[in-house]
Design a protein around this ligand. Structure first.
Ligand SMILES: NC(=O)c1ccc[n+]([C@@H]2O[C@H](COP(=O)([O-])OP(=O)(O)OC[C@H]3O[C@@H](n4cnc5c(N)ncnc54)[C@H](OP(=O)(O)O)[C@@H]3O)[C@@H](O)[C@H]2O)c1
Length: 385
């Protein structure tokens, strides 16, 4: 959408002329058996008229979405697997960034401001009246205290992918893992959205990073992000490689101080063998299977809910669950602290979020398949307008 700078006043509100345009939104009509089943059978488009001002609150803003992140959790939700989520029909898109095109008389943000929409308070992961405004749409309505000014160094695409990935990485690596300068961290799924954010934050802290993955091309690309070493986690037959030997060699026989496990399954056991005595083992996620909530495995992971207690005992491992969203609901101060640090660090240029791959919203199905297949370093976004 081209935002026209000509402004008009009406009913004590200000809006931009582009606001009148009919847009579109994605709708998930039913949960699928699997995420890809839902993408194939239950995902469609609907026209979206600009939200009528008389239906909005004085503290609301309307955002013309410029970019929306395609998240792993968006995929999970389509098959009914996430702790907070709407019932279908709903509009997916947990995170987005865009331009304010309408502001109510009590709104704290102005027309023309570039903002990030806070997925804790708006969209499918939130609770309440704003849950219906998912980011895979032309327009999102938000209370003005639920949008954050775009950090000046970030593009819309970087900003749409900023909060979820870096808040997760911060919670895992810093709040839970307490990673320190000079320590070594093994980061699985390092080419993924949250894994790459963990790489960036570990380097901000001054730690040594061993990044893992299956794809040689993506491991090579990770070197530009400051990782110290890369280790491939699959063998030639496609199974989990015995990577503990390589990790031990890289750490002079000691093993790593912290494991960031966003993949789960067989890789977790091999990671415990790669960990130092008394290491911290961070449970971040299960990219190796979409069925963890159902206690099932897929993609070679038999059951990601099982960890070997003998190794945990004998190596004195500290296994730490790291739910970034649930923890912030339990203790809101956690989120205040991490948002303050992350925005300051990105403003100072201490890390530079990757630029994600871009799809048009009309290609949302392909974008979700690309996310599912981990096709791109750092993930992808869609452009509605
Ligand atoms: N703790 C939290 O609060 C929190 C918050 C957000 C997300 N998560 C979870 O974190 C996980 C990762 O999310 P994400 O958005 O970063 O996903 P992503 O962008 O898809 O990245 C996952 C990475 O894992 C690797 N991977 C995928 N399947 C694998 C397999 N079978 N074996 C080995 N590696 C595999 C891929 O790297 P290669 O292709 O290079 O191997 C991929 O880049 C998800 O389970 C998500 O639910 C947790």
């Amino acid at each position: 959408m081209i935002i026209d700078a000509s402004l008009a006043s009406k009913n004590n509100v200000v809006y931009m002329s582009a606001y009148g345009k009919i847009g579109q939104k994605v709708v998930v009509s039913e949960f699928g058996e699997t995420p890809l089943d839902a993408v194939d059978r239950f995902l469609s488009f609907e026209e979206q008229a600009p939200p009528a001002p008389e239906t909005l609150q004085p503290s609301d803003v309307v955002i013309a979405v410029q970019s929306a992140a395609v998240g792993w959790v968006d995929l999970l939700m389509t098959s009914g697997q996430y702790q907070h989520m709407p019932q279908p029909p709903y509009t997916p898109g947990l995170e987005s960034a865009g331009t304010v095109v309408w502001a109510g008389s009590d709104a704290k943000r102005s027309v023309g401001e570039k903002v990030i929409v806070d997925g804790f308070l708006v969209g499918p992961r939130s609770k309440g009246a704003y849950q219906k405004y998912g980011g895979f749409a032309s327009y999102v309505v938000a209370p003005s205290n639920a949008v954050i000014p775009l950090p000046s160094r970030l593009s819309f695409d970087q900003a749409a992918s900023f909060l979820g990935n870096y808040e997760t990485a911060y919670h895992c690596v810093i709040a839970r893992g307490k990673l320190r300068a000079g320590e070594t961290i093994l980061i699985h799924g390092a080419s993924g959205s949250t894994g790459l954010a963990a790489v960036h934050l570990a380097k901000v802290l001054g730690a040594n990073v061993i990044a893992t993955g299956r794809s040689l091309a993506k491991l090579e690309a990770l070197k530009a992000h400051g990782v110290d070493h890369v280790v491939r986690t699959v063998d030639d037959a496609g199974g989990v490689a015995r990577f503990r030997d390589e990790v031990k060699e890289l750490t002079k026989g000691k093993g790593v101080d912290v494991v960031y496990d966003s993949v789960g399954g067989d890789i977790s056991v091999e990671s415990m063998h790669s960990a130092a005595f008394d290491a911290r083992f961070l449970i971040v996620g299960w990219a190796s299977t979409p069925f963890v909530a159902k206690g099932k495995g897929q993609r070679g992971a038999p059951n990601v809910n099982v960890l070997p207690t003998n190794l945990i005992m004998m190596k004195s491992l500290r296994v730490l669950g790291c739910p970034a969203v649930i923890s912030a609901h339990q203790n809101p101060q956690l989120r205040v602290d991490r948002l303050r640090d992350l925005i300051q660090w990105v403003d100072e240029g201490r890390f530079v979020p990757a630029t994600p791959e871009v799809f048009a919203l009309s290609d949302i199905k392909e974008a979700l398949r690309a996310k599912w297949e981990s096709r791109f370093l750092g993930g992808c976004v869609v452009h509605p307008n």
